[in-house]
Design a protein around this ligand. Structure first.
Ligand SMILES: [Mg+2]
Length: 308
C-alpha cells in the first residue's frame, strides 16, 4: 500500500546491533541484512558499560524489537544488564526485546548453546524469528546468563579466558592460574538454598550456574536441559587445600565423579552465600568487586533469545 499513513507491517522489525568500534563481524552481520526487507538494522558502536546502558535505554524507549550483541559472553552480559535496567527496570524491557549473541572472535558459550555457530545460522534464526525463553540469574552485583561465582575460581578467571583447562558449568578454570595463588587456605562460607542450609564450613569456591551440568553427579554436559528449568545449579567446591581443589578440577575436566566431601551440589531458585571474609567474584567470565556475601536468584524465562 502506498498510503503514507499506513502503519508499518506487523512483521517489520527493528534490530539494533551493539558492537565495539571497528568490529569486522559487526560489519558482516549488518551487511547480511542488505536483502532482508522486513528487518531494519542499525549498528551502534560503543566502548564501555555505561555507554551500552545508555544506548539500550534509548533504543528500548524507541521500541526496538531485537538487540544483537556482537562480542563474547561478557559483551552479552552487559547488554542483558542494560536491558534489565531499561524501561523502568526490574527486567520489564526483557519481555519486549529479543536478544541475539553474534560471535566475534572471543569465547561465546551462549551462542554455542543456542546453536548459533555461524553468521548464516544467526541471521537465519533472526529472519525466521526463531527464539526461546531462557532463565536469567541475578545477584546484587548484576545479571548473569552463564554463571556467577565467588572464591578461588573467580580469582583466576582472568587467567582462564583463553586457555581453559577445565570447566564447571562453563566457568573456566586455568590450572596454571590457580597454581600461582599463594594463599592456600579455604575460607569459611555458609550457603543456603531456598532457605535450607547446604554448606557451613570452609570451601574454595561457590558457583551458581544458570546454564550448568545436570545436578546429578554424572557430569554429562546438557546445557539445553537447564536453560529454562527455573533453577540455578549450585556447586560448593570444598576441597580443603589448593592441591585437592586442583584434583577436583581435573576430575571435572575428565567427567569423573567427585567425592561428596569435596563437592556439594544442589538446585535452587534462591541462593544465599556468606563468606567470613571478602573473596573474588565474577559473572559470565568477567571479574566483579570482591564480596563477602551474595544473594542470587533465578528469574525464570526472563530472557527471550534467538536460537538455531
Ligand atoms: Mg537452570
Amino acid at each position: 500500500m502506498s498510503d503514507p499513513a499506513t502503519p508499518p507491517d506487523a512483521h517489520h522489525r527493528r534490530l539494533v546491533a551493539i558492537a565495539q568500534p571497528d568490529t569486522e563481524e559487526a560489519a558482516e552481520f549488518v551487511a547480511a541484512f542488505d536483502d532482508v526487507d522486513d528487518v531494519e538494522v542499525e549498528l551502534i558502536e560503543t566502548t564501555g558499560e555505561e555507554e551500552v546502558r545508555e544506548v539500550i535505554a534509548r533504543v528500548v524507549s524507541e521500541g526496538v524489537d531485537t538487540i544483537a550483541s556482537v562480542g563474547g559472553d561478557g559483551a552479552l552480559n552487559l547488554v542483558i544488564g542494560g536491558l534489565w535496567d531499561a524501561g523502568g527496570g526490574g527486567g520489564a524491557a526483557l519481555r519486549d526485546v529479543t536478544v541475539v549473541p553474534v560471535r566475534s572472535g572471543t569465547v561465546n558459550l551462549v551462542s554455542k548453546t543456542m546453536g548459533l555457530d555461524s553468521l548464516d545460522t544467526t541471521v537465519d534464526a533472526i529472519v525466521a524469528g526463531r527464539s526461546r525463553a531462557m532463565d536469567v540469574g541475578r545477584s546484587e552485583a548484576g545479571v548473569f546468563v552463564l554463571n556467577s561465582s565467588s572464591g578461588y575460581d573467580a580469582a583466576v578467571i582472568g587467567d582462564a579466558a583463553d586457555h581453559s583447562d577445565a570447566t564447571l558449568g562453563q566457568v573456566r578454570f586455568a590450572v596454571e592460574g590457580i597454581k600461582r595463588l599463594r594463599d592456600e587456605d579455604p575460607v569459611h562460607v555458609t550457603v543456603r538454598c531456598d532457605g535450607v542450609q547446604l554448606h557451613d564450613g570452609p570451601a574454595m569456591s561457590v558457583v551458581t550456574m544458570n546454564i550448568g551440568e545436570r545436578a546429578s553427579d554424572d557430569f554429562h554436559v546438557a546445557p539445553d536441559a537447564e536453560i529454562d528449568d527455573g533453577l540455578l545449579d549450585v556447586a560448593v567446591i570444598r576441597a580443603e587445600s589448593l592441591s585437592r581443589f586442583l584434583g577436583v578440577i581435573v576430575k571435572l575436566a575428565l567427567r569423573r565423579d567427585v567425592e561428596r566431601r569435596h563437592l556439594v551440589r544442589a538446585q535452587a531458585e534462591h541462593v544465599e552465600i556468606e563468606w567470613s571474609r571478602s573473596v573474588a567474584s565474577q559473572r559470565d567470565g568477567d571479574a566483579d568487586d570482591e564480596v563477602t556475601s551474595l544473594d542470587v536468584r533465578v528469574h525464570p524465562g526472563a530472557l527471550r533469545i534467538h536460537c538455531a
